[in-house]
Design a protein around this ligand. Structure first.
Ligand code: TYD
Length: 259
């Protein structure tokens, strides 16, 4: 195997130069971090599950016309994506109060919000990704007014689609984080959805029991992280029923199914 050039190593993923210009390979690690990387650990097999869940969600979003960076999954831990210039903003979409919103404003976790709330954080680890207003984005030129239009309308469409998708499998989509990038087509830059969508960046609660099926299991030392991530994948139809031991063998399962 030829050695690929590593472009960047983040908390949960490594980015390598892709096989063609303008492409990147995203490698999904098992590493987990929380609270601005003050808490570190590993969740065995998380990278494999997140790679698969993110592939599924991005593919379905593409079907409803959301432009994304996803090209194809390459193997258990890697996917090929379009190279973009990341907009330095994390978009948080909230349907139900939880996490920092609950802490900041004293709203009990689990309180449904009167309408979907969009929040923005400035992507800078050294500053702890601070919450910002749209005025900061315009003031410091992190994105143009038109780009923010595209970003906010896409975020709402993604939320509508994902809320329905998860409700259909008995999961409440409480909140989640999105990242966007600029894809250059000649001189013209277009906003597309980037990064990943997985239980690392979503709050997913069982509709019946409110059981947490996301990274809060790690953040809050609840245990059962692997099982929770697998349960999400299983309900999405990405794992054989009850097939926790087969998580490392998804490709074999797919091949079997398509016969
Ligand atoms: P939030 O409640 O703001 O922060 P925390 O996860 O630290 O309690 O998070 C809202 C949602 O967005 C949650 O599902 C986690 C996700 N998120 C990330 O994935 N990365 C981030 O840097 C932030 C701020 C949130």
């Amino acid at each position: 195997m030829t050695r690929r050039r590593k472009i960047y190593e983040g908390k949960a993923k490594i980015l390598y130069e892709g096989p063609e210009p303008g492409t990147i390979i995203q490698y999904f690690k098992d590493d987990a971090t929380a609270f601005n990387a003050q808490k570190k650990g590993t969740i065995n097999g998380k990278g494999v599950i997140n790679n698969r869940i993110s592939e599924h969600v991005f593919t379905r979003l593409a079907h409803i016309g959301i432009p994304t960076h996803f090209i194809r999954r390459l193997n258990m831990r890697e996917q090929l994506v379009k190279q973009v210039e990341i907009v330095p903003i994390e978009v948080i979409v909230r349907n139900v109060a939880a996490g920092t919103l609950s802490k900041r404003l004293g709203i009990e976790e689990g309180t449904p919000l009167p309408h979907t709330l969009l929040e923005y954080c400035y992507k800078d680890d050294s500053l702890g990704d601070p919450l910002i207003a749209e005025e900061h984005i315009a003031c410091f030129g992190w994105a143009t007014q038109e780009e923010m239009q595209d970003i906010s309308s896409m975020a709402i469409r993604v939320n509508d689609f994902m809320s329905g998708m998860f409700a259909g499998i008995g999961i409440r989509l409480v909140d989640f984080k999105l990242e966007f990038g600029r894809f250059f087509d000649g001189d013209f830059a277009r906003i597309i959805l980037a990064d990943e969508i997985s239980p690392d960046g979503c709050r997913l609660w069982d509709i019946e029991t409110n059981e947490k099926l996301d990274k809060d299991r790690f953040r809050r030392d609840l245990g059962g992280e692997v099982e929770a991530y697998q349960e999400v994948a299983r309900r999405l139809g990405l794992l054989p029923d009850e097939g926790s031991s087969e998580i490392m063998d998804l490709d074999a399962h797919r091949a079997k199914k398509s016969k």
